[in-house]
Design a protein around this ligand. Sequence first.
Ligand code: SAM
Length: 296
Amino acid sequence: MLTIHSASGASPPLTMTQLEDLLIYLNQFHQVDLTGYKRSTLMRRIRIRIQQIELENYQSYFDYLQQHPDEIKCLVDTVYINYTYFFRDPLVWQYLADQVVLQMLANTAPNDPIRVWSVGCASGEETYALAMLFIEALGVEAFQQRVQIYGTDVDSDAILQARQGRYLAHKIELVPPALQEQYFERRDDVHYWRQDLFPSIDFHVHNLIQDPPLPHIDLLVCRNLFIYFTEAAQLQALVRFYLSLEDNGFLLLGHVENLITAAERSLFTPLNRQRKVFTKVPGAHQKNPLLLCRLP
Ligand SMILES: C[S@@+](CC[C@H](N)C(=O)[O-])C[C@H]1O[C@@H](n2cnc3c(N)ncnc32)[C@H](O)[C@@H]1O
């Protein structure tokens, strides 16, 4: 039986069997499906949670969980890691601005709509940053007429925060001062996203593993989420992205994320491997219809 301890041995032990049983319990009794997350991540996060509430071992935690229904949400919040900030990995954002956005505009007629999806957007920083790139390229008026940006996350608290568009200084540190001035109103130490630019940005709760993908997307950004997913969940998500994207659509993954399997590589081709930008391979699903069976 595999038991994973921390290096110091101080964390409460949790066996693989206990973890799998917990996943079944959460799924069957609380409709919470965490089976798509890497077991190593789940182990680590659950042990952290057990320590936070100062319980000695997993069995006492499981008893606690059954007696405190609110604990389900706390556990899930521990697994959904919302860490983010504006223009995380600046070279990627520079590449998006200089290459991808311009190529997208060149591919479309001047009045064509453009739809962008930021998946796993946490508190919205990535989504607002995408809006800035398109406004810089198109100007405010054309942006408002043509572009719709969707920010989605499984975590409803994160989505509520994202909708407020309200950020402390450390979150916007990498936003150049001229853009801070242009896109935010500052009151005391808080920066508020400009009111008139809200209608082009739509935040809502969406579970990438369970909910249908948004249609007709031209640029799909999903960064620092696949690192937490099992390989099976990654492939399932990529099939959804494939169906979501228009034939000439672009996909951006996180810095350490990759298309791992041959099936994944048959769906998308790299435009820039280093920056993790991919384009959809049109017709790939016709060559390999079994891929669509990856959808639940
Ligand atoms: C580390 S944050 C990444 C934020 C941003 N994309 C970035 O790169 O800075 C990962 C986000 O993915 C969300 N997430 C986790 N599982 C998800 C799922 N199944 N569907 C949608 N979002 C999910 C988490 O709630 C979290 O807000």
